[in-house]
Design a protein around this ligand. Sequence first.
Ligand code: PAF
Length: 280
Amino acid sequence: MKIISKVDELKAVVAQAKAAGKLIGLVPTMGALHLGHRSLVERARRECDVVVVSVFLNPTQFNNQEDLRTYPRTAEADAAMLRECGVDIAFMPTVEDMYPEPDTRQFHLGTVAEVMEGAYRPGHFNGVCQVVSKLFTMVEPHRAYFGEKDFQQIAVIRAMAAQQGFSLDIVACPCVREDDGLALSSRNVRLTPQVRRVAPAIYRTLRESLNFAQDHTVQQTHDWVVATINAYPEMEVEYFSICDGTTLEPVGDWNASADIVGCITVYCGDVREIDNIRYK
Ligand code: PAF
């Protein structure tokens, strides 16, 4: 595995692989790698000739500086995991390598980027689009892999790629969970033991809401999920949106779309956890 930090070197190595007719897969990450990332990398490994994994804690997507400050940083363990997975290139740039000039680009992507995380984390998706579009331009991958835990992020990246004319396959990969159902996240290490014990109730409640929804309206299902999770003193729902899985517009009833997803964000102590469930 080559560890590369300079953009020019990355471009040169990828260009060589492309000239040899290789299919290039990109897995963008912010490091603090866990089994969820590993599943993305393993899928890219199965489907592509050359696998590039970027490990870059992107400051422009953090609207909360405390979150950036406390985000886990585990570069050595990350490199070891990537080597073990048979990754060809680990791209580990510094902030100066990625942003030699401040990135002032503003992406206007409409509803998909404005609802939910877009509303609660102003500027977050603009930063995600800045870094992901830079990576797409540097690597020009045939495929890029993202986890469905960040359901809205995938919709935003698809919209950005269409708007900017990137032609690649954006591959959405299933969320990986702990045995008790908690979605894997780099931020889980920041949960206190007490909060960690109750956090699986998020996904358990979402799963139970599939039954509840059978004989209740969208609004009743929404309210039941929020009340059930908020009944735990350690947790507080920030938002829960039952929405169309493509446009992310909230739906008013179960017949409004053939593709309905519930997206939730919950404060578990001071750690923000996101998750989702497919209703249809
Ligand atoms: O999902 C993430 O880890 C990040 O948002 C991404 C896509 C790597 C961009 O920094």
